[in-house]
Design a protein around this ligand. Structure first.
Ligand code: SF4
Length: 156
């Protein structure tokens, strides 16, 4: 049975993307950014193992769209892609945060990461850089990070 390590699933966020969102926090992050908002997310073992069905059921909320955060959701891309696929059948808009840039994800040619990208409507990419931190920014912590509309990107 496929599972992912999940730190928590939080409903009713207004800071992790546009509108009201349910945030799935994936456990484990390889980036170790200086000044990370949540260093306890770095260790996968700090999360609990959940099946795809459990994640989907606990994430569904008629009032919210969905954000994948962490940790690093693309580190568990195989399960995350299946969760995203199912959430899309409920018409959910999906944002995803990643410490990798979009170019790094595309160049890696990792099939599970590419599949997950296919379900993402908006990608917030790049590591948090403390020297570029700006508290005036919406939905991102440092100026190097980008909010990428993936639909526009795909049709370029
Ligand atoms: S990518 Fe995000 S969760 Fe990972 S270390 Fe950087 S700021 Fe923390």
């Amino acid at each position: 049975m496929e599972t992912a390590h999940i730190l928590s699933i939080y409903h009713d966020s207004v800071v992790d993307g546009e509108g009201l969102r349910t945030v799935i926090f994936f456990a484990g992050c390889p980036h170790h950014c200086q000044g990370c908002h949540n260093p306890s997310s770095w260790n996968k073992r700090n999360g609990h193992e959940m099946t795809i069905e459990q994640i989907v059921q606990q994430s569904l909320n008629p009032l919210t769209n969905i954000t994948f955060s962490g940790g690093e959701p693309f580190d568990q891309a195989r399960t995350a892609a299946k969760v995203a696929q199912q959430l899309k059948t409920y018409g959910k808009n999906i944002w995803a945060y990643t410490g990798w840039t979009l170019e790094e994800l595309l160049e890696s040619q990792h099939p599970d990461q590419l599949e997950l990208l296919n379900y993402v409507d908006v990608l917030v990419d790049g590591r948090f850089k403390i020297e570029e931190r700006d508290i005036a920014l919406s939905f991102r912590g440092s100026r190097n990070q980008r909010i990428i509309d993936m639909k526009q990107y795909r049709y370029q």
